[in-house]
Structures are given as C-alpha cells and as structure tokens.
Design a protein around this ligand. Structure first.
Ligand code: 13P
Length: 263
C-alpha cells in the first residue's frame, strides 16, 4: 500500500521571513493529518529557517535542486551533504524549469540556455541523492509541441530510462516520480484526469520493467496547476499517489485542502 504524498514546490518565491510565516499557518492547518506524507521545498536560502519551523511536525523538508559532486570548485552549487546538514530529506531533480522547458515563458529565448539540465545531469543528481540516503523526486513531462506531435509517451519514457540509467531495483527503492506536463505548469491548464492517469500508469509500467515490486511501491505524483478544486479527482486515480504543487502551495489553506484531498 502506497502512502499518499503531497509536495509543495515554492520555486523562487518568499523571503525567509515570509517562508516562516507560511509554515506557521500551514502547520496549524495540518496538525491533525497523519495519513499523508507532506514535503515542502523552499528556496535554498530558507531551508535552515523552515527546518527549524517544522520541528515537532511530520512535514519533511525538500530542496528544489542539488549538484552531484561532493565538494570542490563549483561556484554557486550546493551538494547533497550540505542539504542533508540542514535537514533536507527529499530533493526535486530534473524539474522542467531547470531543464529550460517552461509552461509559461517569462525569460527571454536568448537566456534559455542558462537552464541547461540534461538527462545525463539528472542521472548524476539522482545517483548522488540515493548514495546519500535521500529521496529524489524525479520530474518528467512533455512540452505542448511534443504532445501535439504525439510524442508524449516516448519523451516520458526516454526521461525515465536516461535519468535512471545504471541504477538497479535495490538502489531505486526510495525514488518518487512526478509526471508534470510542461504545458500544465503555471498555466492553469490542468491535464485531463484520465490522461494524467494514463501517463502515470505508463510510468508505473516502466518501473515494472525494472521489477514488479518496485512498480508496486514507487509513488507517482501528478503536477501542473493542481488546486483544491481538481486535486480530489486526480488523487483518486489508481496510479496517482499524490501531487507536486507549485503556485497553490504558497497559500496555507489551499495547500491544506489539497493535502486533505490525498487521503
Ligand atoms: P503549478 O502548480 O504552479 O502549475 O506548478 C507545478 C510545478 O511545477 C510543481 O513543481
């Protein structure tokens, strides 16, 4: 039996003080919930403060990215052990926004190459997190152009097989996969429930190719314009074990309602 999981990705939002205030109100709202795993992913700079605010709760701390080397001359990067040191247990990997694939493009086309994540760097990051005993949340999903070209399944399968290359069943046990169609991120266009279920089932079938036990235990989340009004339907699908929530996780009561929908 897979426990539902709801992850809030705060992206590049909130100062440390605002992050603390959000956690304080959210904490009160979810005090009684114990059947759903909850993770919040603040920006790096707020991790220590949010960790202190989460003390005494079941809410876990996640990061939005990680670098794969242990230490060294990598200006601007943060290692898995540094994250672990400030209480991080979960980490997003390969989010479409770090791959330079945006649902709503707010940067200029000429600066897109800054977001240079590849399946190879995703693989290095997943390996590093697993090696450090942390939970990678591997994000996969197609752009609108890829969907319209009928390439959704191939894109998702390639991201999975390249992102997880060389890892075996025993190593992959902690992995969480999040299906986030790029065109649904921050756009208000949620993926149709039946289609989200179909792709999440395909992700589970991919995991089944590694082992049936892994397929049965891996949690697969849906992300992309999740709100309290659509969460219940999405989370009721047999292969959707919860959500990866962006914008709506910045509102304590809205996020609480989404978490409650996952029970
Ligand atoms: P939204 O919920 O704002 O669409 O963002 C989804 C997302 O990218 C979570 O990682």
């Amino acid at each position: 039996m897979r426990r539902p999981l709801v992850v809030g990705n705060w992206k590049m939002n909130l100062t440390t003080r605002e992050a603390a205030a959000l956690v304080e109100s959210f904490k009160k709202a979810v005090e009684i919930l114990d059947r759903t795993d909850i993770v919040v992913c603040p920006p790096y700079i707020s991790l220590p403060c949010v960790h202190a605010c989460l003390k005494g709760t079941n809410i876990k701390l996640g990061a939005q990215d990680v670098f794969w080397m242990e230490k060294g001359a990598y200006t601007g990067q943060v290692s898995a052990s540094m994250l672990e040191d400030v209480g991080v247990t979960h980490c997003l990997v390969g989010h479409s926004e770090t791959r330079g694939r945006f649902g709503k493009l707010e940067v200029s086309e000429t600066t897109l190459c800054y977001f240079a994540e590849t399946d190879e760097t995703v693989n290095l990051k997943v390996r590093r997190l697993l090696y450090c005993g942390m939970t990678p949340i591997l994000c996969v999903g197609e752009t609108l152009g890829e969907r319209e070209a009928g390439r959704t399944d191939q894109v998702v399968r390639d991201q999975l097989s390249d992102g997880l290359a060389g890892l075996d069943e025993a190593e992959l046990h902690p992995l969480v996969v999040a299906y986030e169609p790029v065109w649904a991120i921050g756009t208000g266009h949620t993926c149709d429930t039946a289609e989200a279920q179909r792709v999440c089932a395909m992700i589970r079938a991919f995991m089944c190719g590694i082992s049936s036990e892994l397929a049965a235990s891996t949690r697969v989340l849906y992300g992309g314009s999740v709100k309290s009004s659509n969460a219940r339907d999405l989370f009721a699908q047999p292969d959707i074990d919860g959500g990866l929530v962006g914008g709506a996780s910045l509102d304590a009561y809205e996020f609480k309602d989404i978490v409650m929908s996952a029970r």
